[in-house]
Design a protein around this ligand. Structure first.
Ligand SMILES: O=C(O)c1ccccc1N[C@@H]1O[C@H](COP(=O)(O)O)[C@@H](O)[C@H]1O
Length: 209
């Protein structure tokens, strides 16, 4: 089944809606400078809300901290204080950062633009972590064009960038990712999640076989 992540959540209501509607993962932006940024204490409270909602629904939920070009010390501290399962590295972090986070017990998602992924793999780069392929400006609501992604990854990979309830099914049919991730497409205005759009996105993603 398609892995579905709803990202950039900042209220318990939005977290509960995502979990109850069947998201596999919920994400919290711990990178500075985004309208969705939360601090570690806010993220910890949202992580608790996600786990409580998952317990009530008798299902599991993966909690993800999204970071971008922060130091390893900062990332490890934020992830520990927030109590997340997974760290999504959304910048130019060296592989050693991913390795150190894995050694500290976190799961890691490596986010790359389609262009960077294509360039890096042409140079022989590979990653033991799950991949997320996004547009060039993360969290902008922009899509990358399908031809920017040369050959899709072979293992798990999630598609992100400009997805919405309207386009998620056709995007998945075209690119055949293993998962999808959305932020802007489930917002009524930048940084403000719309509970109806969260439910509509998850329902639309679940129509794809
Ligand atoms: O959402 C942000 O503001 C953000 C900031 C810094 C790094 C990553 C960010 N979000 C990631 O972007 C995609 C969602 O993009 P879109 O808004 O749906 O186009 C997703 O992977 C988020 O985790």
């Amino acid at each position: 089944m398609l892995w579905v992540k709803i990202c950039g959540l900042s209220t318990p209501e939005a977290v509960e809606t995502a979990v109850e509607a069947g998201a596999d993962a919920v994400g919290f932006v711990l990178a500075p400078g985004s309208p969705r940024t939360v601090d570690a204490a806010q993220a910890a409270s949202l992580v608790r809300a996600a786990r409580d909602a998952a317990r009530r629904a008798e299902r599991s939920i993966e909690t993800v901290a999204v970071v971008q070009n922060q130091t390893l010390d900062d990332v490890a501290r934020l992830a520990r204080e927030a109590g997340v399962d997974t760290v999504q590295l959304h910048g130019d972090e060296p592989d050693a950062v991913a390795e150190a986070l894995r050694a500290a017990g976190f799961r890691v998602i490596r986010a790359l633009s389609a262009g960077d992924y294509t360039r890096r793999t042409a140079e022989g780069w590979s990653s033991p972590d799950r991949l997320l392929i996004d547009a060039a400006v993360p969290g902008s609501g922009a899509r990358f064009s399908d031809d920017e992604l040369g050959t899709a990854p072979e293992g798990f990979w999630a598609l992100a960038g400009g997805l919405s309830p309207e386009n998620v099914a056709s995007a998945v049919q075209a690119l055949e990712p293993t998962g999808v991730d959305v932020s802007s497409g489930v917002e009524s205005s930048r940084g403000v999640k719309d509970l109806g759009l969260i439910k509509a996105f998850i329902a639309a993603a679940r129509t794809v076989l």
